[in-house]
Design a protein around this ligand. Sequence first.
Ligand SMILES: Nc1ncnc2c1ncn2[C@@H]1O[C@H](COP(=O)(O)OP(=O)(O)OP(=O)(O)O)[C@@H](O)[C@H]1O
Ligand SMILES: [Mg+2]
Length: 249
Amino acid sequence: MSDAIEIKDLHKTYRSGFWLSKKKSLFGISLTVQKGEIFGFIGPNGAGKSTTIKILAGLLRRDSGSVLILGKDPTLTESRIKLGYLPEQPYFYDSLSGYELLKFYGGLSGLKGDLLEERINWALQLVNADADWIHRRLRTYSKGMQQRVGLAQAILHKPELLILDEPMSGLDPLGRRDVRNAILTLHSEGSTVFYSSHILSDVEEISSRVAMIIDGKIKHIGTVNEITKESERNSLEEVLAKEVTHVVP
Ligand SMILES: Nc1ncnc2c1ncn2[C@@H]1O[C@H](COP(=O)(O)OP(=O)(O)OP(=O)(O)O)[C@@H](O)[C@H]1O
Ligand SMILES: [Mg+2]
């Protein structure tokens, strides 16, 4: 049986600006996520989480290394159909309502008619979306509302693999709880979940294993207990928080 995610020796360099100057962001990362896991991917700002996730979602090219999701190349249509993906900064057609957006994405993944309606209602309930705002235009949504609709979009088709880039960012404690519950429900229905965060406590309650990425390299992989031995915990949290305060003014 293939793994849900298999990354081997992945390297990525960005080229940007007028001179196409190079910025190396991933330095040979390797990790494997087995089917049935809830896997947390933690690291400070700029560590390389979104870069890795975009490559997993088939949206960004790698320099070298191998990447498989559900045993296949992520850019294949058959891989994409089995994937639910929440980007870090979802770009939505903001003149649509949340409900229309879900109809659109549900249609793309082959849902239609009564089943589509049923799944939209199921997903909205799971992310605790409010019936009042779901018919309003997306441009009027708060960050929390956008996150909820984005998450509903990612889970509509009950994907075999769910990849979420910072699903809890910008949410209050109740919102974080709703995201955790949605992840647990999807997991109990058979999905494998891979999600990123820069906050240890966001991943420790529900993840079977965690990988910590710093400066484009994997520093630890294991259960949260394994990587946060008493003596290490404070220093890990410091590393995660330091970079955040460094980057965010
Ligand atoms: N399009 C891009 N062009 C050039 N450099 C980029 C680009 N996207 C990301 N980078 C750089 O690659 C590194 C990794 O960025 P990435 O977005 O993967 O980090 P992250 O762990 O997701 O951070 P955050 O917690 O802030 O979301 C950073 O140094 C970033 O500046
Ligand atoms: Mg990111």
